[in-house]
Design a protein around this ligand. Sequence first.
Ligand SMILES: *[C@@H]1O[C@H](CO)[C@@H](O)[C@H](O)[C@H]1NC(C)=O
Ligand SMILES: *[C@@H]1O[C@H](CO)[C@@H](O)[C@H](O)[C@H]1NC(C)=O
Length: 366
Amino acid sequence: MFFHIFLGLLVAVLGEEVHELRSECLNEAQLMEKLLKGSGYSKHKIPRENGITVSVEFWIQEINSISEMTNDFELELFINEMWTDPSLRFPHLGACKANLTLDQQTLTKLWTPNTCFVNSKFAEIYESSFQNVFLTLFDNGTVWVNYRVRVKGACNMDLVDFPMDTQSCRLNYQSFTYNNEEVRLQWNSQRSPVFALQEIRIADFWLKDITPAVIKRDYPAGLWDELVVTFVFERRYMWYFLQAYLPTFFSIFISWIAFSLGPQAITPRTMIGVNALLSMIFHFGSIMKNLPRVSYIKAIDVWMLSSMTFVFLSLIELAIVGYKLQIQREKEHVIEKVDKIARFAFPAGFSIFNIIYWARYGFKVG
Ligand SMILES: *[C@@H]1O[C@H](CO)[C@@H](O)[C@H](O)[C@H]1NC(C)=O
Ligand SMILES: *[C@@H]1O[C@H](CO)[C@@H](O)[C@H](O)[C@H]1NC(C)=O
């Protein structure tokens, strides 16, 4: 009987003890309070005297558009930054866990490397119902911040080979406030630091390559580490081939029909030539409308002007035939010699032009 009471008491005391132990685990808010208040923590002080290393990873979610008109591209990505802040270590505080998931509110109280895109036209953190920032603090003091951002970066469009062109666009990322003696930026070396989370589909281009690099920038206030990602895009020119190149082939072939109609058919021959010229102008006009007015000659301009020259020459040929015909009538016998020459000279000339053109601008199948 007595023994039973003793046992009951023991169980009660032990139970209390276990309960005590459990409630000693601090929650996130209490823990952050302990870490940041009264510990001399300042968000303005760089965590390490001799500079801190920040590892960065970009996860590309989507590339929305690439614009020749405005020389830029727009994408959605997750920016991951990781650094170790020794004053945020917390194994001794009894958190009962190895990492804390915190919110944007807490991030504003911590030191951050103040990184930004230096070549962007705009960059913003997504705010779909709340700011898309994810913060994890590990007990060894490592801070991992993940931002979901939309950014518009710069491209240096070179349309010389348009539409068989390849374009490269860049994102330049650096700390705005700290030079590389204070903050060293690096790509995360444990795995490929820039990658696409899903297959990237862009209407007009293939994403050919993503290359991360680190460069040093020399500013009056010191050297800055800059992370650079270069995106290489190759244009899907099949659309242009179908919309611009193929119709010109037909127009030019049709203009050659005229050589077989004989010298008497001046009116139909004129119609054919003029129609071919007009349809060509129409096709190119609709493509040019979506391109910037650059001052150099693009591959498609060469094609357009040369094709027009071929049709134009067939009209000149017609004029010569007409003129000769008039003289012949006076002399009472016909020659079709000019047509005979043209029937071979035009296709031969056009073939040679095609060989040269496609050798220069490359006819890549795919
Ligand atoms: C955080 O800790 C939990 C266990 O407490 C673990 O399952 C999780 O993977 C950790 N998170 C990270 C990002 O390491
Ligand atoms: C701290 O812990 C995390 C998670 O285990 C790890 O990824 C990180 O490399 C550690 N940092 C240091 C400085 O050891």
